[in-house]
Design a protein around this ligand. Structure first.
Ligand SMILES: [Zn+2]
Length: 130
């Protein structure tokens, strides 16, 4: 098996990397906000620092960001990127046609033969068109 180009054969095609990364960023921020626990530390004389949890004040906003981020991630997978020009396989097809432009078909048997050929290498028929 020939070695494939890395990342091209994963089965999942990421259409828009920018949107996808933005979604991941929102998702991570949302996760951090959701998990952020507000802890207040008090200094108690003769005892030291005492930490008191005040709960998760940004949990609602964090969950919202997670949903929005997930939506952007989905968008990144579904929608094509408009700004980045993609490599066009048509160009290679065109060069292939140009290569075929140096060939013509035998007037007798139809085998592709070089333009300069005067005789068909397959059937030996003369290719003079005059
Ligand atoms: Zn021929």
């Amino acid at each position: 098996m020939a070695t494939q180009t890395m990342g091209e054969n994963t089965g999942i095609k990421i259409r828009n990397k920018g949107v996808l990364l933005f979604g991941i960023l929102l998702f991570v921020i949302g996760l951090a906000l959701t998990l952020y626990e507000k802890v207040e530390t008090y200094y108690v004389p003769f005892y030291g620092n005492v930490s008191v949890s005040r709960g998760y004040p940004y949990q609602g906003a964090g969950l919202g960001l997670i949903f929005v981020g997930a939506a952007f991630i989905a968008l990144g997978f579904l929608y094509p990127q408009k700004t980045t020009p993609q490599p066009q396989p048509q160009q290679t097809e065109k060069t292939g046609l140009q290569d075929q432009g140096f060939l013509r078909k035998c007037v007798k048997c139809g085998t592709p033969i070089p333009l300069a050929s005067e005789e068909c290498p397959s059937c030996g028929a003369s290719q003079k068109t005059e």
